[in-house]
Design a protein around this ligand. Structure first.
Ligand code: SAH
Ligand code: F3S
Length: 480
């Protein structure tokens, strides 16, 4: 999932608001950290709470209930959230009636410990237990503490229509799987989000139809590992080869799901995130090539360029297999942009292995990247069986080298658009000036251009690119 990991660490999180109900209801202040899945989950939470009379508010001070949807992916993310909890507590001292709830991955990871150790929160709710929120809220309103951190093998929130809290009215997230069955040794997600489940395609199509009716123009299909999407009637993922003939014949995989979505909604731009290289098959790339409305962009985290490190990470592919996948993407989708996630300084990473990461980057020349220093997470296989033995300064230096190389490649990729005309979906005003629009092209590059009188948010327009930085394309709208 793109753009997310920086959110939790750089910003103060995102205050989410809506005013879709104006009765004399109670007020909830909802703050979200972490990945796009968390943002989407907060939208589901807002929907569940709205049914029991809670309005969302921007102002924490006037809230009856403060909820923070948390992230555990790196230690720093958790530290940021602990700081926020201190802030909520300061407000609670002035307004003791205010209740505080922790949602999401940190709730799942720390469970009751939150209530025991922190003395800061009234309610702890894991990612699969949001339907229980109305009951849990009754408990805390009666002065009791409330915890539900049960993980599910079924829950997909398929029938809940998310309240589009943090949307620009143009693009929206649509969750298609929950949980993850891969056990990458560095990653806490399988522990906090449970087993992988796929959502009924009918409910996915219904959600997209609803978005289209409300004038949305772009959707991102979301999952920890979208390429392993498999619908055969519900429940945990199965090995299709061992399933009954009937299940095999009726099953819908990710390529088929994308084909369904793209065919049924030809005007909707379709994106997806995240692809694990080990699960991405050629049928997905061919489906992308078949449909113009599926964007030419793949987020393909690799984490390391060294086969030995990939093995220690329990990623189920080698460097060579990854390169083969990249070559196939380039062959079938020559215009496609590719981004990555990279981890610097994983357990036992030698200088040579780090160099292999840099040389892989040099080969692929990614358009974007999300890059992190390895952070040891309690409960993960790496934490239990390996030494977090790379000194912090070495991790930092390697990370800086990775980031600098990525900046060079980002600029290189942006320069390829100079003089070309690209299709841009207008998302809103550019950050720097109200006289400019911003939007993204199919390859997910940010484009800004001066407004003229004839376009509005949500329009697809052709923009000729004249200049660029390593992060933005600058152009002007084509006339006619
Ligand atoms: N499949 C998920 C991955 C979630 S984690 C997805 O949808 O993107 C996102 C990224 O965080 C990973 O790809 C990895 O690069 C990084 N990450 C995960 N655990 C980490 C850790 N312990 N230390 C540093 N980075 C980590
Ligand atoms: Fe984490 Fe690997 Fe799944 S990075 S979310 S365990 S694919």
């Amino acid at each position: 999932m793109t753009n997310k990991y920086t959110i939790e660490e750089k910003k103060q999180g995102q205050a989410l608001l809506t005013n879709h109900k104006t009765s004399n209801s109670k007020k909830v202040y909802l703050e979200s950290y972490g990945c796009q899945m968390n943002l989407n989950d907060s939208e589901i939470v807002a929907s569940i709470l709205s049914d029991v009379g809670y309005n969302t508010t921007f102002k924490m001070e006037e809230a009856d209930l403060v909820l923070v949807n948390t992230c555990s992916i790196r230690e720093k993310a958790e530290q940021t959230i602990r700081k926020r909890l201190e802030k909520y507590n300061a407000i609670k001292r002035i307004n003791p009636k205010m209740k505080i709830g922790v949602l999401g991955c940190m709730a799942e990871r720390l469970k009751e410990k939150f209530l025991e150790e922190e003395q800061m929160v009234d309610m702890v709710v894991g990612p699969d237990a949001y339907r229980d929120l109305p009951n849990l809220i009754t408990e805390i309103e009666d002065g009791r503490e409330a915890v539900n951190v049960l993980l599910s093998t079924e829950e997909t929130y398929a029938d809940i229509a998310p309240v589009r809290l943090n949307s620009n009215g143009v693009s929206a997230f649509v969750s298609i799987t929950r949980g993850c069955d891969n056990i990458c040794t560095f990653c806490v997600v399988p522990k906090t989000r449970g087993r992988e489940r796929s959502r009924d395609p009918k409910s996915i199509l219904k959600e997209i139809k609803d978005l289209q009716d409300r004038n949305f123009k772009e959707i991102t299909l979301l999952g920890q590992n979208v390429d392993s999407y498999l619908w055969y009637g519900g429940g945990l993922k199965i090995d299709l080869k061992k399933a009954t003939k009937e299940a095999q014949e009726n099953a819908i995989n990710f390529a088929m799901l994308m084909d369904l979505c793209a065919t049924e909604f030809p005007k909707m731009r379709i994106r997806f995130s995240t692809s694990n290289p080990q699960d991405m098959k050629l049928d997905v790339i061919h489906t992308m090539a078949k449909h113009k409305n599926i964007c030419d962009y793949i987020h393909l985290p690799v984490q390391s360029g060294s086969t030995a490190v990939l093995e220690r990470m329990n990623r189920k592919h080698t460097r060579e297999e990854y390169v083969e996948l990249i070559d196939n993407i380039r062959k079938i989708l020559p215009e496609c942009s590719i981004s990555h996630d990279m981890i610097a300084g994983f357990c036992g990473e030698t200088e040579e292995e780090h160099q292999e990461t840099l040389s892989l980057m040099e080969y692929v020349k990614y358009g974007f990247g999300f890059m992190f220093a390895y952070s040891d997470r309690p409960g993960t296989p790496a934490h239990n069986t390996m030494q977090d033995d790379i000194p912090e300064e070495t991790k930092k230096r390697r990370l800086t080298e990775i980031i600098q190389l990525q900046q060079k490649h980002g600029l290189f990729r942006m320069e390829q658009f100079l003089g070309k005309t690209v299709e841009v979906l207008i998302e809103g005003n550019s950050k720097k000036s109200e006289d400019y629009w911003k939007g993204r092209n199919s390859q997910n590059a940010m484009v800004v251009f001066p407004k003229t009188e004839n376009e509005k948010i949500g329009d697809l327009v052709l923009v000729k690119i004249n200049e660029c930085t390593s992060a933005t394309l600058i152009g002007e709208k084509e006339k006619g």
